[in-house]
Every structure is written in C-alpha cells, then in structure tokens.
Design a protein. Structure first.
Length: 265
C-alpha cells in the first residue's frame, strides 16, 4: 500500500525583511469606487490607533482570505521568510496606504480590479464587515531635504503611490510624474495631480515608459526618483537612472520596486 507523504509548509521569502512582525486583524468599514477599475477599501483595526502617520507611498501587507466570509490565516515568521501551513489559502498582497487616520484606526487602500490575481478577486467581491489580516504600515518615500526636484515613474499599479507622493511634496519642490496606462479611465484617479500620461496601446507593459525615460536629458541639479510598476521596465529604468543619471538606492535618491510581473505572451 502506498504511503502518502504529508504536505510540506510553504516558505514565502517576501518576509525575509521583516523582524518579528505582529499579525493583526481588521474589518472592512467602507468600499467606494474611485475609478471604474479601482476600489478604495477602508479598513479599521484597533492596532492602527495612535500609530504615526506613515510617509507617502508606505505599504501595508494585507492577508486576504479566499472568500469574503472567511477569516484570514496567518503564517509563522522565521528569519528565512514567512512559513505557511500546508493547505493555507490566504493570500498576502502589499498595497499603498492612501490615507491613515490614527484617531479612528482607519487606513484606505486602493486596489486595481484587473487580472485574476487573489487581490483583484478579493476586492471585486469585498463587502463591509469582511475580515482581513494586516501588518503595520512600513517603508515609504522620504523626500530628501536637499532635493527640490522629483521624478515619479510608473504604470497604473503605481498610481496610488505616485498620487500620495505628489500630495505630500512641499510647494517649493517640483515634480515630473510619468504614468503609463492601458485604459484612459485611470486618468480620473483622484489626487493624481499633474501627470504626463502615456498610452500603452498594444505594446508590452512598461515599453512606453522605458522609451520615454531613456530619452529624458540627464538633470543638471539634484533629483530624487521613485519608480514602480511591471518588473522588467522597472529594472531597466532603475539601471538607467543609476548608470546615466547617477542616482543611487544607497543615498535615497533612487527608489525602485517591481510591483508585478507580466505573464509571457
């Protein structure tokens, strides 16, 4: 008779940067559409009360159960990453904090309704009262006091982060924001401010962004840059800004993150 092997836990290395995280629970308080393809989810949790307001473009990791009526599962934290029990069906996804009210313990996250990913599917069916898990907001974009010019680059997935940064910049600073989208409805995203919009058309995600950025003249004054979107063009733009513009992740003048990866055509 065959012996069935027990299922093994799953290690998620996206948790290697964490240090003894607290796994917290919250509830969906409000849901609104901010564009046809973006839902704003307001989450309330006691652990969010009294926390400092995070910097712009800070992220929060949400733990989303497969059904809106289910409770979120949590992994175990280890120095090697997050260890999920066999058969765990909760998905972990990171989203930009668009608003944090420490008085009421609320945060807003904007979730794009595109594709068949767990986050998009959860948001499409989410309703008030749904339970979610989360970690405290982390990281973010910290404008350097010696820099008065900012370059913000991304696709539609980066719109919440770019809008948050634009809203936070001091009046004396200037910003060039460049956003590529596959649908013009994203141009109605609230709070986005002045943006140079690029239409993707039938090209690969990020191709228009990469083409535009590599034609920009190198600056003659200090610049700080934020880049986010599909992984491949984000990597190319990060390398270009480092090698040609002289920006660096080490001194905080360059922050780049691949938010998602396109499937091969």
């Amino acid at each position: 008779m065959a012996v069935l092997e027990a299922a093994a836990p799953t290690l998620d290395r996206r948790g290697t940067g964490l240090r003894d995280p607290q796994f917290l629970r919250g509830t969906v308080r409000r849901i609104t559409y901010v564009t046809e393809h973006v839902k704003r989810i307001t989450i309330v949790g006691a652990a969010l009360c009294g926390l400092p307001v995070p910097p712009p473009a800070a992220k929060v990791r949400l733990f989303l159960p497969p059904a809106v009526t289910a409770l979120p599962e949590f992994p175990l934290w280890t120095p090697r990453g997050l260890l999920w029990a066999p058969g765990a069906s909760t998905a972990m996804r990171s989203y930009t904090v668009r608003r944090h009210d420490p008085g009421t313990g609320e945060i807003d996250v904007d979730i794009l309704l595109h594709g068949n990913g767990p986050g998009s599917q959860w948001a499409a069916t989410a309703r008030t009262g749904a339970r979610v898990g989360f970690l405290r907001p982390e990281s973010g974009y910290l404008p350097r006091p010696d820099v008065a010019r900012h370059l913000l680059i991304g696709d539609e997935s980066a719109l919440p982060a770019i809008a948050a940064i634009l809203e936070s910049l001091a009046p004396a600073t200037s910003a060039l924001a460049i956003v590529e989208t596959g649908d013009r409805c994203y141009r109605r995203y609230p709070g986005a401010g002045p943006i140079r919009w690029l239409d993707r058309g039938d090209r690969a995600p990020g191709a228009a962004l990469w083409e535009y950025v590599r034609e920009l003249p190198a600056p003659d004054a200090a610049v700080q840059a934020f880049v986010a979107g599909e992984a491949t063009p984000t990597r190319l733009i990060r390398q270009h800004l480092r090698d040609v513009w002289g920006l660096s992740t080490r001194d905080g003048t360059l922050q780049a993150k691949g938010y998602w990866a396109a499937r091969p055509r």
